[in-house]
Design a protein. Structure first.
Length: 264
């Protein structure tokens, strides 16, 4: 048999063998690889490759509190907060705002950023996420920092107080309402993102843009003048750089997947 003919015959045999191979095998391999990818993306307290490439940084790895300390403290609170099953859990005190451990803040200050986490609240629970916070002696964190509200909208009375839901989950507390329909109930995880960039602030709840506002403008000052914060100069003139804080409001709340990306 000539060499050229022998090559053609071998090629034909290879095609026939490939056609006879079980079709499910290749699909199973691809599905396995896809499942592994999904698992990696879904793993709590980790960064996937896209997040890493975009500059996201973990602020909680499920095991260490090294990126956090107590408000007004040099270290993390010795009570009231625990690491539990890969979550940062603030323990309920049963005393409302008189929590057992106090608020916590990031070790580092931030100015322009995207911040993301997941939270889960107990029935009737209340907490919050502060940003651009200042740390001053004898002054609570809420007197200087805008707050994204965390709440059990179904049972906590704050959801019905204020104006048009501006104290419900996702809201800019006491200033701008969020969207009730975007919030999952107590006991379920809610994913939020907060963007702060040169005074523009946006809140997202479970993928929905729930509000937007602009710091330091006349509209901001008018809005604050009609709120409980009107007498606090550090709030009216919110700082351009500050800490991110998690509130101990005396109720059980769990946090995970806490991450941040600084914006230039």
């Amino acid at each position: 048999m000539k060499k050229s003919m022998r090559i053609l015959v071998m090629a034909a045999l290879a095609v026939a063998i490939a056609a006879c191979a079980p079709k499910g095998e290749k699909r199973n391999v691809n599905e396995s690889q896809k499942d592994d990818t999904v698992a990696k993306e879904a793993a709590p307290n980790t960064l996937n490759q896209a997040e890493f490439d975009e500059g996201w940084v973990l602020l909680f790895d499920g095991q260490s509190t090294g990126n956090w300390r107590g408000y007004g403290l040099d270290s993390f609170p010795s009570k009231g907060w625990v690491i539990e099953d890969g979550t940062l859990h603030v323990l309920g005190s049963g005393k409302g705002e008189a929590g057992g451990g106090g608020d916590i803040i990031t070790v580092k200050k931030y100015s322009n950023f995207e911040f993301s986490l997941e939270w889960k609240v107990s029935e009737g629970g209340n907490s919050g996420i502060f940003y651009l916070a200042q740390e001053k002696p004898d002054q609570p964190i809420w007197k200087s920092a805008p707050e994204m509200q965390i709440l059990d909208n179904a049972k906590h009375p704050d959801a019905k107080l204020g104006v048009e839901g501006n104290r419900a989950a996702g809201a800019l507390y006491d200033l701008i309402p969020g969207k009730f329909e975007a919030v999952k109930p107590a006991g379920e995880w809610n994913k939020i993102k907060i963007m702060v960039y040169k005074g523009t602030v946006v809140h997202w709840m479970n993928g929905q843009n729930v509000l937007e506002y602009h710091l330091w403008t006349d509209d901001w000052k008018k809005m604050v003048a009609n709120s409980k914060f009107r007498d606090y100069g550090d709030f009216v003139n919110t700082a351009q750089e500050g800490y991110i804080g998690l509130q101990d409001h005396g109720d059980d709340v769990w946090f995970r997947n806490i991450k941040i990306r600084e914006l230039q």
